[in-house]
Write a protein that binds this ligand. Structure first.
Ligand code: ADP
Length: 217
């Protein structure tokens, strides 16, 4: 069973910690504010009040033994960078750090963060795509130019097979899965038929995705 530690129990960190704990994982939550740790005692395995920039405390807590450590300090960029650096120096295998902006993210990668997340930027983008196009339900950026989107089937697709829709040639997009009423077909075949209420999970370049986004404007 993987073990997680979350340093910084603000809005983002507390949500990550609570979700992991509810999924049944062991979670250590650390925050320098006693008020924050007190609020989380019932939502994590252990909640500790400590300064994440204090290397000795992190060592004493056995931070090295955690499989994943999430650094969710946003406002105090200096603290976020110091904590990430210390964790990598102590040999933590997988460090996920939250960045406030692109420059902060670049620094975090340079000092060894294994993954950097930009919650506000990503959520803003997802909401915006969903607002401009009624058929785009979700939008996840994979790389700067490529994304995965959840698209509600538009009427002109109903009762057509994937071969007939021919999205690969027409739009340069690949259909990865088709969801319907809680069922998910994760290896759609050319003869599978798209129906009303289906949700297609599609991967492609942002430019190509724009073409199907237009169908729902
Ligand atoms: P969010 O936007 O997710 O609420 P914040 O940056 O506002 O993120 O919150 C970060 C949390 O990290 C706060 O609860 C703060 O007390 C905590 N924090 C800040 N610096 C440290 C540190 N050096 N060690 C541990 N926790 C810290």
């Amino acid at each position: 069973m993987r073990q997680f530690a979350v340093i910084g129990l603000g809005r983002f960190g507390s949500s990550v910690a609570r979700t992991l704990y509810n999924l049944g994982y062991d979670v250590l939550g650390i925050d320098s504010s006693e008020e924050k740790t007190q609020a989380m005692v019932d939502s994590v395995t252990h909640a500790v009040t400590a300064d994440g920039t204090d290397e000795h405390t992190l060592k004493a807590l056995g931070i090295r033994n955690f499989d994943v450590v999430i650094v969710s300090i946003g406002q105090d960029i200096q603290a976020s960078i110091l904590v990430t650096l210390i964790l990598k120096e102590l040999g933590v295998k997988h460090v996920v750090a939250k960045a406030q902006n692109d420059l902060h993210g670049k620094v975090l990668y340079k000092i060894g963060a294994d993954r950097v997340v930009f919650p506000e930027r990503d959520m803003g983008m997802r909401v915006a795509h969903n607002l401009v196009s009624s058929n785009i339900l979700d939008y996840i950026e994979l790389a700067p130019d490529f994304s995965i989107v959840e698209v509600a089937a538009v009427p002109e697709w109903y009762n057509k097979t994937l071969r007939e829709l021919n999205m690969r040639t027409k739009y340069g997009l690949n259909v990865m899965a088709i969801k319907n009423n809680g069922n998910i077909n994760i290896s759609p075949k050319a003869d599978d038929v798209v129906g009303e209420g289906d949700i297609l999970i599609v991967i492609g370049s942002n430019d190509d995705i724009k073409k199907i986004e237009k169908l729902g404007e």
